[in-house]
Design a protein around this ligand. Structure first.
Ligand SMILES: Cc1cc2nc3c(=O)[nH]c(=O)nc-3n(C[C@H](O)[C@H](O)[C@H](O)COP(=O)(O)O)c2cc1C
Length: 337
C-alpha cells in the first residue's frame, strides 16, 4: 500500500503538525508508541526560498520516520510551487497546506487561517501543486474565522474541486484559537458532503475521545495534537481500543520518567547540548502535568545542564501525598552539575 492517503486512513490516528514540537526526536518517540503516520510542523515557504538554515533543519528526517507528510505555510503560489517541488525531490509524499494557523505573525501576512478568507487564492495554490507535483495535496483548515464567518463548507468544496486529496478540519474558529470545545458536528457535515477523505482535529485527548469522534462524524481518521504531549502512549492505547482490545492501564509515574529519559536520549542525538535542555523544558512540564507543586520541580530542572544531571534530577522527583511532586535528596545542591 503506497498511497499515502490510504496510509493515513489505515493509521486512523495521525500525528498532527505542531510548531516547536513535532521535531525529529518527538516523531521518533511517537512512532515507538505506535504512531503510523506523522506530519512535520509547518514549514514557511519563505524560509526555504531565502535559505534559512533553521527552516532546512525542520525539514530533516530519519530513515525510520515514515510515512511522513510535510506541511507548508505561505501565501504566494509561485513560492509554494518551488518549495513543494523541492519537498517532493527530498522524498516527501504528501504536501499539506496550512490554512488554520491563527498566530498573528502568520495571519497578518495573509498566511495560515487567512487563506480561509481567500478561498480563490487557496484553490489556485492547490490546483497548481496538484498539476505540478504528482503527489497528494491536502489542506488543514479551521471551521472559519469566527462565529459569524464559518465558511468551512465553501473552503472545503473549493479545495476539493481544485484537486485536494483530503482535508483535515480543526473544528474551531480562528477567534477560538485553542480554547473552548471543538464542534465536531462540523466535521460530520463535511464528511457527509465531501467526496474526499475528511480528518478531524480538536479535543482529541484520550482514546475515548478518538473513538467518539470517529463514531460521531464517520470521518476517515483523526489528527492527535495536544493529546500526545507528555503522553505518547495515547497512540498505542487508541490503536488497542480501535481494534476492540481490552484497555491497558496508562503508565505509572516511574514509567513516565523512563519515557521522558527515552525522549531525552533521542533528543540528545539530534540537538546539541546547549539547546537540548531549554528545548525540552516544555516536554518535562507536560510529562509531569496533572500533579501539584510543579513550579519548584521546573525550577530545579532549569539547573540541569548534562545528561548525568538530568538522570539525577529525574530520580529525585517523586510523587508525595495528595499528588504533590517533591524534589528529594537535596537536588541540585549536592550535585556537581
Ligand atoms: C504547540 C502547537 C503547535 C501547533 N502547530 C501547528 C502547525 O504547525 N500546523 C498546524 O496545522 N496546526 C498546528 N497546531 C494545531 C494542531 O495541529 C491541532 O489542530 C490543534 O491543536 C487542535 O487539536 P487538539 O485540540 O486535539 O490539540 C498546533 C497546536 C499546538 C498545541
Amino acid at each position: 500500500m503506497n498511497d499515502p492517503i490510504q496510509q493515513m486512513i489505515q493509521a486512523k490516528t495521525v500525528l498532527a503538525p505542531m510548531a516547536g514540537v513535532t521535531d525529529v526526536p518527538f516523531r521518533m518517540l511517537m512512532r515507538r508508541f505506535g504512531c503510523k503516520f506523522a506530519f512535520t510542523e509547518m514549514i514557511d515557504v519563505n524560509g526555504v526560498i531565502y535559505n534559512n538554515r533553521k527552516t532546512f533543519r525542520l525539514m530533516e528526517r530519519l530513515p525510520g520516520d515514515a510515512p511522513l507528510g510535510i506541511q507548508l505555510v505561505g501565501r504566494d503560489e509561485d513560492k509554494f510551487s518551488r518549495v513543494a517541488a523541492y519537498c517532493v525531490e527530498k522524498g516527501y509524499r504528501v504536501i499539506d497546506i496550512n490554512a488554520g494557523c491563527p498566530a498573528r505573525k502568520v495571519v497578518s501576512p495573509g498566511k495560515g487561517v487567512s487563506l480561509m478568507r481567500a478561498p480563490a487564492v487557496l484553490s489556485r495554490i492547490v490546483r497548481r501543486l496538484v498539476r505540478e507535483l504528482g503527489v497528494p495535496v491536502t489542506v488543514k483548515m479551521r471551521s472559519g474565522w469566527n462565529e459569524e464567518e464559518k465558511n468551512y463548507m465553501e473552503v472545503a468544496e473549493a479545495v476539493q474541486d481544485a484537486g485536494a486529496s483530503a482535508v483535515c478540519v480543526h473544528a474551531r474558529t480562528k477567534e477560538q484559537m485553542y480554547k473552548g470545545r471543538a464542534d465536531h458536528r462540523i466535521t460530520a457535515e463535511m464528511k457527509r458532503n465531501l467526496r474526499i477523505p475528511v480528518f478531524a482535529s480538536g479535543n482529541l485527548m484520550s482514546p475515548r475521545d478518538v473513538k467518539d469522534v470517529l463514531d460521531l462524524t464517520g470521518c476517515d481518521g483523526v489528527f492527535i495534537a495536544r493529546g500526545c504531549l507528555g503522553r505518547p502512549w495515547i497512540f498505542s492505547q487508541t490503536n488497542r481500543m480501535l481494534r476492540g482490545m481490552e484497555p491497558i492501564d496508562p503508565p505509572g509515574f516511574e514509567d513516565i520518567k523512563e519515557i521522558m529519559l527515552e525522549h531525552f536520549q533521542l533528543a540528545s542525538e539530534y540537538f546539541e547540548s546547549s539547546r537540548l535542555f531549554p528545548r525540552m523544558y516544555k516536554h518535562v512540564a507536560w510529562y509531569f502535568k496533572g500533579h501539584k507543586n510543579l513550579d519548584p520541580v521546573m525550577r530545579s530542572y532549569r539547573q540541569v545542564d548534562s545528561l548525568d544531571g538530568l538522570r539525577r534530577f529525574v530520580e529525585s522527583v517523586k510523587v508525595g501525598e495528595r499528588n504533590r511532586l517533591e524534589v528529594s535528596g537535596g537536588f541540585p545542591a549536592q550535585g556537581t552539575i
